[in-house]
Structure formats: structure tokens, C-alpha cells
Design a protein around this ligand. Structure first.
Ligand SMILES: NC(=O)c1ccc[n+]([C@@H]2O[C@H](COP(=O)([O-])OP(=O)(O)OC[C@H]3O[C@@H](n4cnc5c(N)ncnc54)[C@H](O)[C@@H]3O)[C@@H](O)[C@H]2O)c1
Length: 433
């Protein structure tokens, strides 16, 4: 099948590459000409395990084309996915500017029947607005489907290739069948394809993210209480995780969730409620707990140094919003480092994949190392902010030998408190009194 994917970010690039991998001819479009030039040369602008190999193979076998020419891509394609960003507007609503621009451009380019699929995460009712925009721009027939994406950055290729489920929001069953057919290679092991109406599809994507975020904020709140009353969140978490009604996922306390989805999607869902005069009380609390979590971590650091960070040198391990991605959008590391810099601390940091992003964000205000040990020389404390696998079993003697004082703030609970204390560290973590 000939397919167009508009927007080659984390979602569009993975979707386009994986659809090409299953034999389709895919035109990936982006308005960012520099990104398209890189992609044409086989350079992947994001860190996503497994993606370079698939892009390289499908470029070589000429099933994947990168272009800025949306008009040509639409004309060549039968199914067109919209995968542009929907970032937060200042009031928390989803900014739909790019989605609407792309809808109008698709409409203008249409020369015959097309199936248009909204993959971007959009608030309830957006597809109806897109339909109106398309109708204004074209007399050609089309079907409009909603197909929210559930992939996780860091495991995006695997998630796209083996999804837990595919959701197709459609008001026309025949059009939905086209998408079911396209996804058939990915659901051979029996994952369901859920056919729902368009509004339900739009809403359920937000519900999924909001629920996962709620689990994290819930655990953070319990961890904070553990610290206050002298209990151990590790054991609380294990007890909850082994309860078959609860399950183990998304129960790790830490410095709060970040990334390009949870924070913005919660705010957008709260905004949807507000617009329909329904107060999303649980989500307001999820957001509030999350906002406070990074600040609480910084407070521990301040307290240890008796409120004076002015002459302190702090080493930070992990900058991306989670491991296995270079994405720093809304990463807790930014809030934490900005607070420490405002207090006058000097910060040296290391991240396996997010150094370029960090250079752009901090613009020379922090030192960036090319290895995890590289940022430790003379440090007054080491902060674990993102739990990359390579940080889990470091050489603690080497760490201690490089630091001015062996103080460790573990924002992800990756070390054993008893072991760290035995090694001579002053060790702080989250919810483990
Ligand atoms: N990142 C995730 O893990 C994830 C998971 C599921 C759903 N989503 C949703 O998918 C959507 C895309 O997310 P993302 O993380 O891939 O975003 P992204 O910012 O990484 O990518 C968006 C791309 O769209 C391009 N673009 C913007 N305006 C354009 C236009 N007018 N024409 C052509 N291209 C244009 C940008 O240049 C960029 O390359 C969002 O709605 C997001 O909420 C994201």
C-alpha cells in the first residue's frame, strides 16, 4: 500500500519506518528541511534503539522516501497519517496549530479518494474540526480515522511492531477495515484491534497516559509519606506490585515524570474537562504531586548543605526524561538543574545520549562530560536523575576517590541504602527512611 506519514518525529519516523518494514511504500514528510536532509543521508535525528537499522534497510530497498514535499506525498499515497506534534499551549490546552495546518495542506493536495488517519494525540472533537478543514479545501471524497499511538520512547520500534492493541476510531466501518488490513502483520499473535467511534478513540489515548501518570504520582505521594513516617517504600511497592489487582508497572517513585507526553496530556485532559465544565480533580492532584517532586529532591540537597549551594560542585548522572531516549522535553533534570544553578551551584553532568540536547538547553551554563566518571572530579555530591542501565553497577570506590565528599542523592532508588552507607557514602533516596 502507498502510505504518507506527515511529521517525522518520535512517532512519525517510527511508524513510517515500521510500515515500510512490512512491505509498504512510505513517504515520510516533515516541514523541517534540515531533518529531512539528514534522514535522506541515513542519519537518524533521535536516539531510538533498533530504528537506524530499519530506516537504513528500507531506504536502501527504496520503500522509504523522505521529503518536504507534502503535496507530492499526498498525491502518491492512499492512506495518510498525521503525526505532527501537539505541544502544550500556555493555558495547558493542546496546541493544534500544526495538525490544522497539515489538514489544510492535505486537503489542497488531494486529487482522489484518500484515507486520512490522525495519529497525533488530540483532544476530543479535534477530528470533527479536521473534517471541516478538509471539506473546505477539497471536493474529493475521504474517510477520516483516529488511530492513537501507544508506543513508548526507548522501546518504540518493539511497541509498534508488537502492540498490546491497535485502536481505530472510525465512523465508517469500511474505512476502518483498510486500517485493520494495514496493521494485520503487527497483530498476528492476537493483539486486539479495537474498533471504536472517533471521539472515544481520541479520549482513550489521554485516559491511558493519565492513568499511568496517576500511578507514578500516587507512588510518589506514598514515598513522601514513607519518608515522613519512617517507612520503606521499596517494600510498599513490592507488596502492591505482587497484588494481581494492581500489577508492577509504573509504581517506581522518583523525581517525577517528564517527557513529551504525560505532562502535556494531563494538562490537555484537565483543559478538556474545564471546557466541558467538569473538574478533573484526580488529574489536578496528579499534576500537583508531580510538580512538587523535583522540588522536593532539590530541597533534600539544600538541606544537606544547610541552604548554601554557592561554592558546591554537583555531578548529575542522567539528563533525558527517561533511559533509552535522547528526549529532554519536560525532563525533571531541567527543573532540578535550573534550581541548583539559581542557588549558585556549579553543575557537571553526563548522559549517554542527551548531550546534544543538553548543550542546546543549558547553552554553556553546565559542564557536560563524555563519561559518567568524567563529571565527578571534585564533586560535593552525585545526583542520579535518570536511571540509565550503565549507572546501576558503577565502581563506588572510584567514585568516592574522585569526589570532594562522598554524598549521593539517588532520585531513582537504583542503589541499596545499606550497601552505600557501608561504603562510606552519605546516601539519600526517595521514600526509604
Ligand atoms: N513521543 C511519544 O512517545 C508519543 C507517543 C504516542 C503519541 N505521541 C503523540 O504523537 C504526536 C507526535 O509526537 P512526537 O513525539 O513524534 O513529536 P515530535 O515533535 O518528535 O515530531 C513532530 C514532527 O512534526 C513536524 N512538523 C511540525 N509541523 C509540521 C508541518 N506543518 N508539516 C510537516 N511536519 C511538521 C516537526 O518538524 C517534527 O519533526 C504528538 O501528538 C504526541 O502527543 C507521542
Amino acid at each position: 500500500m502507498n502510505i504518507g506519514v506527515i511529521g517525522t518525529g518520535y512517532v512519525g519516523l517510527v511508524a513510517g519506518a515500521c510500515l515500510a518494514e512490512s512491505g509498504n511504500d512510505v513517504w515520510c514528510v516533515d516541514s523541517d528541511a534540515a531533518k529531512i536532509e539528514k534522514l535522506k543521508a541515513g542519519a537518524i535525528p533521535i536516539y531510538e534503539p533498533g530504528l537506524p537499522e530499519i530506516v537504513e534497510r528500507n531506504l536502501r530497498e527504496e520503500r522509504l522516501t523522505f521529503t518536504t514535499d507534502l503535496d507530492a506525498a499526498v498525491k502518491k499515497s492512499f492512506v495518510i497519517f498525521v503525526a505532527v506534534g501537539t505541544p502544550p499551549a500556555p493555558d495547558g490546552a493542546a496546541d493544534l496549530t500544526a495538525v490544522f495546518q497539515v489538514a489544510a495542506a492535505i486537503g489542497r493536495a488531494m486529487d482522489r479518494y484518500k484515507v486520512i488517519v490522525v495519529k497525533s494525540t488530540v483532544p476530543v472533537g479535534t477530528s470533527e474540526k479536521i473534517r471541516e478543514i478538509l471539506k473546505k479545501e477539497t471536493d474529493q471524497p475521504f474517510d477520516l480515522l483516529s488511530n492513537p499511538e501507544f508506543l513508548k520512547q526507548g522501546a518504540a520500534v518493539e511497541d509498534f511492531m508488537k502492540p498490546d492493541r491497535i485502536v481505530v476510531g472510525a465512523d465508517d466501518v469500511r474505512a476502518a477495515e483498510i486500517l485493520r488490513d494495514l496493521y494485520a502483520p503487527f497483530v498476528r499473535t492476537g493483539s486486539p484491534v479495537l474498533l471504536v467511534d472517533v471521539r472515544t478513540a481520541e479520549l482513550l489515548k489521554y485516559a491511558a497516559n493519565a492513568f499511568l501518570a496517576a500511578r507514578i504520582s500516587f507512588m510518589n505521594e506514598i514515598a513522601n509519606l514513607c519518608e515522613t513516617v519512617g517507612a520503606n517504600v521499596d517494600m510498599v511497592r513490592k507488596a502492591l506490585a505482587s497484588d494481581s489487582r494492581i500489577g508492577p508497572a509504573f509504581l517506581f517513585p522518583g523525581v517525577g515524570f517528564g517527557g513529551s507526553c504525560f505532562p502535556k496530556d494531563i494538562k490537555a485532559l484537565i483543559d478538556t474537562g474545564r471546557k466541558h465544565k467538569y473538574g478533573m480533580q484526580i488529574l489536578e492532584a496528579v499534576d500537583a504531586v508531580n510538580q512538587g517532586q523535583a522540588a522536593r529532591f532539590v530541597e533534600k540537597i539544600r538541606k544537606h548543605f544547610e541552604g548554601n549551594l554557592r561554592d558546591k560542585r554537583l555531578a548529575v548522572w542522567g539528563l533525558s526524561f527517561k533511559p533509552r531516549t535522547n528526549d529532554m522535553r519536560d525532563a525533571p533534570s531541567i527543573k532540578i538543574i535550573e534550581s541548583l544553578l539559581a542557588d549558585g551551584a556549579a553543575v557537571a553532568a553526563y548522559d549517554p545520549e542527551a548531550t546534544d540536547e543538553a548543550k542546546r538547553i543549558f547553552d554553556g551554563r553546565i559542564q557536560l562530560s563524555s563519561s559518567n566518571y568524567g563529571c565527578l572530579e571534585g564533586a560535593d555530591a552525585l545526583l542520579i536523575v535518570t536511571e540509565w542501565q550503565a549507572f546501576r553497577k558503577p565502581n563506588f570506590e572510584r567514585i568516592k576517590g574522585m569526589m570532594r565528599q562522598p554524598v549521593l542523592f539517588d532520585g531513582r532508588n537504583i542503589y541499596d541504602p545499606a550497601q552505600l552507607r557501608q561504603l562510606g557514602f552519605t546516601y539519600y533516596s526517595v521514600g526509604r527512611a
